[in-house]
Design a protein around this ligand. Structure first.
Ligand SMILES: [Zn+2]
Length: 336
């Protein structure tokens, strides 16, 4: 890192801690929607950083050995590193005796901490894991990020034999580590998430499942918008969601390309404006939906007060054509 993040007066700790909830039974109709950039397109590791370094916490008091934790953490990091559409390098530095959430230590620490430490931090015992960041106030770029995993669960690298899949959890958390928020592209069976749901969906696939190891189009679109790479040959759909002529705050918009089955989503801002980036060129079905009633606004880092759920799911009555390096503008008029 070229700059000196920890001595600048502009630095302040970011308060946004990302807490990944349980595989809660959500019920309700299938929801579709999309990737989220936590603080906009600048909330990412600095572009001048050649590689993002990370360390693994040197703890062996869990069900997994330290060697297994290192192997699975690196596999999860590589899952994002390998995306051709994103210009991103993540570099393993070794074990550390620092704890995750010991900030200002210049060590991006990933892995287990103790139950006592979770209590000190005020985290619920039901928390699977948490990612947090420090960022530069001026640029929004990330200066440091740690991922803390709760040792109270029986984590494993072979979930088919029982236990919680460490790698699935880590793939999700690394998405946060890189600056992604939560996606609303997903389907829920009432007692767990179904295959095809975005990795950045805010709820776990549950124990005994390794479904969360594979990124979806929505996750890849999100990371390619944050870290645009040379192989990115995509376009965008931008526009506004309106009801009675007024922008709908935090509506969710999804683009679905039926030929290849790509689904990517994005969130409108408080004025109803949205941009769906990272879209492979093609003809898309575009729809707007409110956040499902069963999902708290906080699961997407929004305040309850600003989320407008008072409109019907609306599908544009025509295909929207997406071309490479262009943004196609649309207006979606929704009914209350
Ligand atoms: Zn999460």
């Amino acid at each position: 890192m070229k700059s000196e993040p920890f001595r600048t007066r502009a630095m302040r700790p970011l308060v946004a801690a990302v807490i990944c909830a349980f595989a809660l039974p959500l019920g309700g109709p299938p929801a579709a929607s999309g990737y989220q950039l936590v603080g906009g397109a600048t909330f990412r590791w600095p572009p001048q950083l050649d590689a993002v370094p990370y360390w693994v916490a040197n703890r062996d008091d869990n069900w997994m050995t330290v060697e297994d934790v290192v192997t699975e953490t690196r596999a999860a990091m590589n899952t994002w590193d390998q995306i051709a559409q994103a210009d991103l390098t993540l570099s393993y530095q070794g074990l550390t005796n620092q704890r995750p959430f010991d900030f200002f230590d210049r060590t991006n620490t990933v892995g287990f901490s103790t139950r006592e430490h979770l209590r000190e931090l005020g985290l619920s015992e039901a928390t699977l894991s948490v990612t947090s960041w420090l960022n530069f106030v001026g640029t929004g770029h990330i200066a440091e990020s740690d991922i803390l995993v709760n040792p109270a669960f029986n984590w494993t690298d072979t979930p088919e034999r029982g236990g919680w899949d460490y790698r699935s959890l880590m793939v999700h958390e690394v998405g946060h580590f890189l600056g992604l928020g939560h996606s609303n592209v997903g389907r829920d069976a009432g007692d767990g998430l179904l295959a095809g749901s975005a990795i950045m969906w805010p709820y776990s696939f549950g124990s005994m499942s390794s479904l969360g190891r594979t990124l979806t189009d929505d996750d890849i679109a999100g990371i390619s918008v944050l870290y645009p790479g040379p192989a990115r040959e995509t376009g965008a759909i931008s526009g506004i969601v309106r009801r009675d002529g007024v922008g709908v705050s935090h509506a969710h918009v999804t683009a679905f390309e039926p030929h290849a089955g790509h689904t990517v989503g994005a969130w409108a801002d408080a004025a109803g404006r949205f941009e769906l980036g990272g879209l492979v060129p093609g003809r898309y079905v575009v729809r707007a939906n409110p956040i499902p009633e069963t999902h708290p606004a906080g699961a997407y880092f929004f305040s309850h007060a600003v989320v407008d759920r008072d409109f019907q799911v609306t599908i544009l009555p025509r295909f929207v054509v997406v071309r490479r390096d262009e943004a196609t503008e649309v207006e979606i008029e929704v009914l209350p």
